[in-house]
Design a protein around this ligand. Structure first.
Ligand SMILES: [Zn+2]
Length: 420
């Protein structure tokens, strides 16, 4: 099977025309323009889009475009929504999220799964995933009968589909995991080279809680009977762990809304990556996200939607548009790398290159692909990568199989592809 496109995105600023040869679900060769089985024409053909932060079990309609009350009230609302939905409702929500992701050209997600609902919804899905088991513990002990290492082993050992799924850990945030438990978990992740992801510096009050033990974060903890004094590290979460040499290098910093330049330097020096969720960020009416500073400090930045409940959608193309509006100074190629190459290079440097490949359309990569149209009305002097931000997903493939070619103006011959 040879697929031709006018613009193959391999990570460079100026995508060039060419053909991909797909064999046994993988990219076998990249060829110059010529005869093909399927000519996609004026599209960007890139590796499949990766949503680097999502809560699939929160794939629910949001009530308004921006948060109606405080962040703390919103968090309480999430707990309440999960309780009302029950096990069945949460699995159904996750199924909806999977369908919406696939129809928007997302071929892989990094999902935070508190109690196994996404995991169940994803069981027979084509969508590739890193499933992070969420840990919340306001107690100094994680569990009375199991060590953190045993809890991790139980979850990680469960994977039934290693070709599509990786298991990982998500200590929810510095304020919902007791510092003792957090240190234990970080130690385990480092020893086992286990991937982790944590919501860091999401709310403004996190810093005050961790440096002074006071503020809205302290009040939040008191409501749950916890002693905020235990959380007083005297420093930010990242700087504290960095100073102790305990910042495991296999992780993802989610949000980092209030991280300082120094913290971004520490994130980069520890080989960690940052996930920015621009649409969700807008929903919470937060001040401008420091992603441009992070990039300047050498941090690899990826994009995520966060839950549909706050983002309002699960489209990575929409997320790139939100990022473009928020930070016009970021080059279009960097926005594309955030959803194709960066998540994959993070996986690869942590020993998991086979799950999603390189994202640079290299021979041997799985044929997880997406074709995004370039609108006819785009300006002549606009680069194809910039113009395609306003385009739409024309088709998407996972392991060389067509997942979605339903766009009405799609010129993809799905029948021929399926015969391959
Ligand atoms: Zn989140």
């Amino acid at each position: 099977m040879r697929i031709a496109a006018d613009y193959l995105f391999t990570g460079e600023e100026n995508p060039s025309p060419g053909r991909l040869v797909i064999e046994n679900g993988s990219i076998a060769k990249i060829l110059p323009p010529g005869e093909s089985d399927l000519d996609l024409g004026a599209v960007i053909l890139s590796s499949g889009l990766v949503n680097s932060h999502v809560h699939l079990d929160l794939s629910l309609e949001r009530d308004s475009d921006t948060i109606p009350g405080s962040f703390e009230d919103w968090l309480k609302g999430v707990v309440e929504a999960r309780r009302k939905l029950g096990d069945r409702g949460l699995v159904e929500a996750a199924v909806t999220g999977i369908e919406e992701s696939l129809s928007n050209g997302t071929t892989a997600v990094f999902d935070i799964d508190p109690r196994g609902h996404s995991c169940e919804a994803l069981r027979d899905s084509d969508l590739k995933r890193v499933l992070f088991r969420e840990v919340i513990s306001l107690n100094a002990e994680l569990s009375e009968d199991k060590t953190p290492a045993e809890i991790i082993d139980d979850f990680v050992g469960e994977t039934s589909d290693p070709s599509r799924e990786l298991r990982a850990l998500s200590p929810h945030s510095p304020y919902t995991v007791h510092p003792h438990v957090m240190t234990e978990l970080m130690k385990c992740c480092e020893e086992k080279k286990l991937l982790w992801a944590t919501h860091v510096a999401e709310a403004e009050w996190e810093q005050e809680l961790l440096t002074e033990g006071t503020g809205a974060g302290a009040e939040f903890l008191k409501k749950f009977g916890a002693d905020p004094g235990d959380w007083n590290l005297g420093d930010s979460w990242i700087s504290d762990l960095d100073a102790k040499g305990a910042l495991s290098s296999t992780g993802l910093i989610i949000h980092g809304n209030h991280c300082s330049g120094d913290e971004f330097r520490q994130i980069a020096a520890n080989n960690l990556a940052l996930v920015w969720c621009p649409s969700s960020h807008n929903y919470f009416r937060r001040p401008a996200h420091p992603a441009p500073t992070a990039i300047e400090m050498g941090v690899e930045v990826m994009l995520g939607t966060d839950g549909r409940l706050s983002a309002g959608h699960l489209s990575m193309l929409e997320e790139m548009r939100s990022a473009r509006t928020a930070a016009p100074q970021i080059p279009a190629a960097e926005l594309w790398r955030m959803v194709t190459i960066h998540p994959r290079s993070w996986l690869a440097r942590n020993g998991h290159s086979s799950l999603l490949g390189s994202g640079r359309l290299q021979p041997g990569d799985p044929a997880d692909l997406v074709a995004v149209s370039i609108p006819d009305n785009s300006a002549a002097n606009e680069s194809p990568l910039e113009a395609a931000l306003q385009g739409s997903v024309q088709a998407c493939w996972i392991d060389g199989r067509v997942i979605n070619s339903s766009a009405p103006d799609s010129n993809v011959d799905s029948g021929r592809e399926e015969d391959r």
